[in-house]
Structure formats: C-alpha cells, structure tokens
Design a protein around this ligand. Sequence first.
Ligand code: SF4
Ligand code: ZN
Length: 358
Amino acid sequence: MPPRTCQFCQNARAIIRRPKTGDHVCKECFFNVFETEVHNTIQEAKLFKPGDRVAIGASGGKDSTVLAHVMKTLNERYDYGLNLFLLSIDEGITGYRDDSLETVKRNQQQYDLPLKILSYKELYGWTMDAIVEQVGRKNNCTFCGVFRRQALDRGAASLNVDHIVTGHNADDIAETVLMNIMRGDIARLGRCTLICTQGEDTIRRSKPLKYAYEKEIVMYAYFKKLDYFSTECIYSPDAYRGHARSFLKSLEVARPSVIIDIIRSGEAFEVAQEVVIKEQRKCSRCGYIASNELCKACTLLEGLERGIPKLGIRDGKRKKIEIEATEPDGPLRTIPMFKLPSVMENSQAARTETTAPS
Ligand code: SF4
Ligand code: ZN
C-alpha cells in the first residue's frame, strides 16, 4: 500500500493514526491538533485570565509532563500571561516517587519553571511506606488521596497561586463516570466531569487535558521525546478502577469515540441539588477547612496514631465505620435529586413513538 499523506497538510507523510478520530496525520499536524484542542478546551471553559499564577501538579508521569509542556507552549504561543509553577507532592513511596521526583527536577530545568516539592512526611509526619505498613494495601489510596488533596492546597497557598491544574485525561474522567454509575453515586456523577472545581476557601482546580485521550498523550510524549517516568505506583491496588479501565479499553477497541461519549453523557446528567449550608470551621488540629471538629486528613491521622486506621474510612456498603468525624470535608452538604438529561428524555420519547402501536 502506498504511504498515506497527512489528511491535514496534504503534504507530509502520515505516520500517526489518531486514536481519538482515526485521522491519518503527520507528526507536525498531530502536535498542532493536539495542542490546539487543549487550547480550545482552555478557551471555552475560560480557565485563566492574564496575570494568574498557576501551579501545575507535577508527578513526573506522562500526563503531568505533557500538561507542563503544553501549558508552557500555549502560554507563550497565545500570550495567556500566566505565571507557571511546578508543584510536586512526595508521598514517601520508595522505589516510585523518589525516582519520579528526579524526573520532575529534570523537567524543572528543561521547562525553566520554579518547582516546589512538599512531602507527606513534613506535612503529616507519615510517609505512605509507613502508612501501608500499618494499614496494609486495602485502604492506602484513601489516605493518599485525602493527604494529596490537602498537600496540593497547602503547596499552592505557599506559592501564592490562584489555580492548580492537574493532568487528568479523558480516559481518567470516563473511568470515573463509569465508576460513579456502577456505585450509584449520583452526586459525584454530576460533579466528576466538571473541568473546574472550587470549594469555598480552597484553590481553583482544573483539568485542561479533560478531552485528551490517554493514547494521544503517550504519542505526544513519545514523538516530542519528553522526559517522563512511566512506572506505576507500587501500592496501586485500586481494583475497582481497574475493572472500569479494562471495560473502557475493551469498549474503545470497538468504538474509539466511546471515551468522549461517556464524558458527554456524564456532562449531560443534570443533577439538581438541594444545598444545605453546613457550618464552616477550621480543623482544631491543623487549621485546614473542615466540616467537623477535625478535617478529613487529621481524622485519618488520629486513626493512624491511635492504631485504629479504619477511623475515617467508609466500608464498601458506604456505612460509616466510625462516628461524626468521617463526614467529608467541605462547607456544603448536598442532597442530590436525579434528573434525566434532556437528550435522554428526547431519545426516550422517540423510542416510545416508534414502539407505540400505529
Ligand atoms: Fe497514592 Fe494510591 Fe496513587 Fe499510589 S496509587 S500514589 S498509594 S493514590
Ligand atoms: Zn486538620
């Protein structure tokens, strides 16, 4: 078969078939279309304004490395006027995070961006290695997720930034939609596709790679020869997400648009929420925003320190194992009321019409 020419420039040889669209493109056109799509995502969501100080959550992995590269490229190309920083969290995972942080340090030199690294050890007095030693490998990601969220907020506050961007990609978001459907977690389903979130007193967070396919991120990093770390976390047992991931991958083989379709479906779910204002307070132990006496991180720390690590962890049936302090942080509690999106109402109406006796 003769070599194909690029569908975009009609000139160079196409060496890439885009996983997202099936288009045959040359390397330069692939870079261009990938970056332009991220730029369009940023523009449509009005993520930034000139002068914003933006921290890029940098782990050294492919997603955040591509994000840092693309943010720097777009900031210069389109004159966003952003002050960019790299912000890394050291969870204290020997053989994983120590190596990936070396990659981030090289990225700092390559992209010439200021870097701040905060560790769980300095913030909480515990490394993930020590936590896993105590809690085992079952709930470790719960600890890690709660601690990382707060660590990023603290790092961002110390850099005096307005905004944190993270490397979550389209596959991550589609997986989360599937997981929330499978768990029946309608409140989260309504929120998990949001490109930008901000609670009261917490820093704005957004996901500029929200519509970027993981396979294209890997291709972009590969063809740009970016320096990234590709090993998985040694404590990564999120079995439930693993099921959603393999299900999504098998769907993607049959229908590549499924990733975007699932995200669009998640976006279309309109969740009308009755908002109950809950008293906002500061954690009595660390001062972080909390909806109870202790923030979520300090509740988990108390459990670790008292040798009852399940304090603050919900069991699989979503029942509280321990009291009061297990409530999620945040000033608001929401009671979701489910509403079908109009597109589904329409298609249901159409189905009813076609199946109705004539
Ligand atoms: Fe932390 Fe779990 Fe991610 Fe490892 S896989 S970095 S333990 S959240
Ligand atoms: Zn606290």
